[in-house]
Design a protein around this ligand. Structure first.
Ligand SMILES: C[S@@+](CC[C@H](N)C(=O)[O-])C[C@H]1O[C@@H](n2cnc3c(N)ncnc32)[C@H](O)[C@@H]1O
Length: 299
């Protein structure tokens, strides 16, 4: 099973390879109408250095380290997420300048860099391979966002990222599951994005498909399981609410029929069909014309 998943990561390597090449900034296609390049004396003695310098994008260190798609990583190999999916995922999460985006296993830094460059967010990449961290920092400098996108050399399972408002990852199903409890304890409304892999029974709010890849989007739900006292207009009733991730369950024949949670917004449907939409504020859910007060939490 694991071999299959690793293969699926590797199968994405082909389009990604082109992106890695772009990071070296050597143009893939020559313009047939362009004049032949002038001979340059440095070219003979230092071809690699010249190819980087030609772009005026070279950073010191580029010549020492070139990553290879599929190279080993601590818990998962490195394969970059295609640009189109990076953009689509950050767009679906509605990343904005007030966000703090953390990419877990940040590789060459492309997700954190895109969040800063294209969406104005502050961002952090956590990456175990120090050479990749150095590369990501050079890439951030090239993109002009080194003040906004930072990178740390660390293990995602030993790094506190719980102050993030958006978390992104391209790991493995088993690693997503290992992170799930931590993610679910984050602030309600935190947005989670994963390239390729799901979170077990925690169903995504959305599946994001591009031509060459798929991503998933979740919103951390507030915890509302327990017993609540409702005041809806002049009516008073109590209800027991169960919860599995974003889905709320209520006993049949009771005052509530259905419900779900999106961040700290609670949607409930009464047995009479009336919809109740409110915000969780401390121990109350406050809606327009109704309020529910927590009698006790579940478990
Ligand atoms: C599949 S790549 C994804 C890279 C990047 N997030 C992207 O989507 O383009 C996974 C990355 O996680 C890194 N990694 C693996 N295990 C890690 C760990 N325990 N802590 C931090 N980084 C890790 C690998 O070195 C690799 O760069």
């Amino acid at each position: 099973m694991k071999a299959l998943l690793v293969l699926s990561l590797i199968s994405l390597a082909a389009p990604a390879a082109a992106q890695v090449k772009m990071l070296g900034n050597t143009p893939d296609v020559q313009d047939p109408l362009a004049p032949p390049p002038l001979p340059d004396p440095i070219a003979e003695s230092a071809p690699l250095r010249l190819s980087l310098m030609q772009t005026s994008q070279a950073q010191e260190g580029d010549e020492k380290y070139q990553p290879e798609v599929g190279q080993a990583g601590k818990d998962v190999i490195w394969v970059p997420t295609p640009d189109s999916l990076v953009k689509a995922m950050l767009t679906v999460a509605e990343v904005k300048p007030t966000d703090y985006v953390v990419d877990l296993g940040s590789g060459d830094g492309k997700i954190a860099i895109a969040a800063a460059r294209d969406f104005g967010a502050r961002s952090l990449g956590v990456e175990y391979n120090p050479d990749m961290v150095a590369l990501a920092r050079r890439n951030a400098q090239r993109a002009g966002v080194s003040g906004k996108a930072s990178f740390i050399n660390g293990d995602i399972f030993e790094t506190d990222f719980t102050d993030a408002s958006v978390v992104t990852m391209y790991l493995l199903p088993s690693l997503n599951l290992k992170l799930r409890d931590t993610l679910l304890k984050m602030k309600p409304g935190t947005r989670i994005l994963s390239h390729a892999f799901t979170m077990g029974e925690w169903e995504p709010e959305r599946t994001i498909s591009t031509d060459d890849a798929t991503g998933y989007f979740w919103i951390v739900p507030a915890q509302v399981a327990g017993r609540w006292a409702f005041e809806v207009g002049n009516e008073r009733f109590a209800a027991e609410i169960g919860q599995q991730f974003q889905k709320l369950s209520v006993a049949r024949g009771g005052p509530l029929k259905d419900g779900h949670v999106k961040g700290s917004t609670i949607h409930l449907v009464r047995a009479n069909g009336q919809e109740l939409v409110g915000e969780l504020r401390g121990n109350q859910i406050v809606g327009s014309g109704w309020v529910a007060t927590r009698i006790r939490s579940a478990g």
